[in-house]
Every structure is written in C-alpha cells, then in structure tokens.
Design a protein around this ligand. Structure first.
Ligand code: ZN
Length: 429
C-alpha cells in the first residue's frame, strides 16, 4: 500500500502563488476578525485590498510578544469563540504567559506540519517514538504526539525527566526515535553509557527541539547513544508549536514550511532585511492560521537564511539552526556578545566538554570581567589545562573581541538538567 505523503510536490512558482494567496487571505481575515489587527492595519494605512504582491508584505506593521501580553488572555484572536477548540500557552518565566487559540483546522494543519517533520526525518509507520518532552498546557508533548499519530508511527508519551523510566522504556519498548531537548538527550546519553545499556537499546534517531545545541553536544549524544542522526526541530507556541521545520538527512540546514508561513530575516535594530546569508531576527507571517494569525511577528530568535537549495532537491527553503535569541545578547566592555557564539567556539576545541558557564562580574576598577568555566573532556589529562586555557582565551579574544579568564573543571562537574540549562550568570550591579 502506498503511504500518504505530507510533503506536497510543488514548483517554486506554485509555492509563491500559495504564499501570495495566503498573505492576502491572512490580512483580510485578521482585519475582519480581530479588533487588534484592524486597528494596527488602519494605523499603518493599509486595507486588505492593498495586498497585491508578495512585496507588499514589507508594508505591514510588526506584531510583538508585548502585543500578546497586552491582549491577554486571548491575544490576536481572529475568530469567534465557538470556532476555538483549544488553547496553548508558553511557559513564560516573567509576567503573563503567551496564550494562543486554535481552531480545529489549526490543529489539523499543525498535525500535518509535524507529520511532515517525521517524514523528512525518514521515519516509517514501524518507528516507535519516545516523546520525552513536557505534556500540559504548552505545545511540546501534545504537538509531538499529534504529529506522530497523524504520521502513523507509535507514540510512547513518557514526558521529560524520570531517567530510570526513560532507560527502562528504551530497553523494554525498543523505541527507534526519541524527541527531547538537547540537555535531556545528553543527560540520557551519559546515563545509557554509565549503565552499559548501549547494546540493549534500538535508538536510531534523536529529534531535538526548543534549545540550542553545540556541535560538541551533538557529537557526544551521537557517540554515546549510537544513533545515526540527530535532527533539529524548530517551532514556537505562537506558530502552532513544534514542527515548523526540520533538517533532512543531509543536515545542510533546516527546511521550513514556506507554504504555511513566510520567514523574513531582519536586522533587529533597523528592521530591514539583512543581506542573504547573514544573521538576523526571524520574523514570521502565517498563511493559513485561523484563530491567532501572525502578521510580521518578531520571534526574537536569531538565524540566517541559507541562500541555496538543499542537495536533497526539496524546494522547501532552509534556514540555519537557531543561533540564540536577540534578547540573550549581553554587552561586555561595549561589545555585543551572543552566548551562541561562545558555544560555537568551544565546540571547535576537542579537549573541552560540552557544558560551560559564562560568568560576568564588575571589578573594583568598574570594568566588566568575563570568566568562562569549561569542563575538561573525559579522558583528557589535567596536565593539558594550561594549553586549554590558552586556546580558549585566544580564540575568544580573536573572534568575540573580548578578553576573558578561563577556568577548567573536571568532566561532569558543571550542572546538567533535563530541561534548559542556565549558562550565563550576570553578577554585575
Ligand atoms: Zn534537504
């Protein structure tokens, strides 16, 4: 029996036409259905009939996380309540959560996008998927579950944490795929190794979401779990949830679903497009989202567009991994520093482990001081410490343009968590 494909065969022209029709529909739908959007569009002097080409996107006003908070509890709502079948919220740490509404069509579209991710990762209905992300009001667990069932693989809905149970399920149920954060994958990989379970499990693929992972972390996870592929899945609550894109088995970039949303990469200061291939903020406009459409929504996530086609031949365009958040940036002695940049540098040094901490302090002299704590990689002799310190500080000085103090600690001594690890500690007054 032929399996249903979730990846439409489109030409670039057809994709552009879907985008144009989707953009026109979204602006009209938001204008007619949402007081917030109507006011915003009127202030910008735009009526739905003004959208004639894809270029008209540039004339539309931006939407921000603040707009979601201001519209709490049902921001951006563009359909009557009787059409809403579900809400989700982001697990925000400060202030009001971001709440998003879904119609049944939104839920179905999300399931299809997620199923598409499983298809592009090369799964079949015989795969078994251990879903080790959070279930609840946020989108992670529910999203993976929905997509896994839509795709037709077997879902094992375990949730995060509980390492004993994770290990037991890996052995007893023989899952071939695990979905989790990068921190969780690393924690589990080290535990599988420590317990000598590598030969008793059947994992082939790891699908990691919601957190940046360094190359060093990826290598470690691959090696300790013995998996063939580690995939990055993207997504955010505002854009349905996880499943907005995934790298294919060629791992040349993250294919994103340009028939569901338009991605712009803009300079976060000027809000103008960055030159092709340069890093900027992801700004998203949805093309068929009903309950809470996004018009030029500023995600604060940093990435770059990959200006060429993937060698797999897919027409779905690619962006790079999420390279951090525009708000994660900190300033040391007048220099803008992205933690992701430091992460990338450390990943290129084989004697250094995958965990690190950045400590920022203000000295007696009133100047900023940055200390980077790194772990000596397992099996590396402490006599190498001086060389490691030299190499890390040289590379950071050269590439980030900031001097730092480096401390080397034993492998496994920096804290690990099954959620997102805190790595920057800013003690400056
Ligand atoms: Zn590809």
């Amino acid at each position: 029996m032929e399996r249903r494909s979730f990846l439409p065969k489109l030409t670039e022209e057809e994709l552009k036409e879907i985008q144009l029709q989707g953009l026109k529909w979204t602006v009209k739908h938001a204008y007619e259905g949402s007081e917030f959007y109507r006011k915003r569009l009127e202030e910008a002097g735009i009526s739905p009939d003004d959208i004639k080409t894809l270029d008209d996107l540039k004339r539309l006003p931006f939407t921000t996380a603040q707009d979601l908070r201001d519209g709490y509890p049902f921001p951006l709502r563009s359909v009557p309540f009787e059409k809403i079948v579900r809400i989700h919220a982001s697990s925000g740490t400060t202030g009001k959560r971001k709440v998003l509404c879904y119609t049944q069509k939104d839920v179905d579209d999300w399931a299809d996008m997620m199923a598409r991710c499983f298809e592009i990762a090369g799964l079949t209905p015989l795969d078994r998927v251990q879903i080790a992300v959070g279930y609840g009001v946020w989108t992670a667990g529910v999203g993976f579950q929905l997509g896994c069932e839509r795709f037709g693989a077997m879902a094992i809905p375990i949730g995060p944490g509980n390492i004993d149970m994770q290990c037991q399920f890996l052995v007893d149920f023989q899952p071939t795929v695990i979905c989790c954060t990068a921190s969780m994958a690393l924690l589990l990989a080290e535990e599988v190794d420590r317990r000598g379970l590598r030969e008793k499990i059947n994992l082939k693929k790891v699908i990691m979401g919601s957190e940046r992972a360094s190359d060093a972390m990826r290598r470690k996870i691959k090696e300790l779990l013995g998996v063939e592929h580690v995939f990055d899945i993207t997504g955010l609550t505002e854009l349905y949830g996880p499943g907005a894109g995934l790298d294919c088995e060629r791992h040349e970039g993250i294919h994103y679903w340009a028939d569901y949303y338009i991605l712009e990469v803009l300079d976060p200061e000027t809000l103008e497009p960055v030159p092709p291939g340069e890093v900027g903020e992801m700004v998203i406009t949805t093309l068929r989202k009903e309950a809470a459409p996004l018009i030029r929504y500023r995600t604060r996530d940093l990435t770059r567009l990959i200006p060429h086609r993937c060698s797999c031949g897919s027409i779905f365009p690619m962006h790079d991994r999420i390279l951090g958040r525009s708000d994660d940036m900190f300033i040391v002695r007048g220099v803008n520093v992205y933690p992701s940049h430091i992460d990338e540098i450390l990943s290129g040094i084989p004697e250094v482990g995958s965990e690190y901490q950045i400590i920022l302090e203000r000295g007696q002299d009133g100047k900023d001081y940055m200390t980077i704590k790194v772990e000596r990689e397992r099996g590396v002799d402490p006599s190498k410490d001086q060389k490691i310190i030299q190499e890390v500080s040289d590379k950071i000085k050269k590439q980030v343009l900031v001097s730092c103090k480096v401390e080397v600690v034993d492998y496994g001594t920096l804290p690990r968590t099954d959620r997102k690890s805190k790595r920057v500690f800013d003690y400056r007054e």
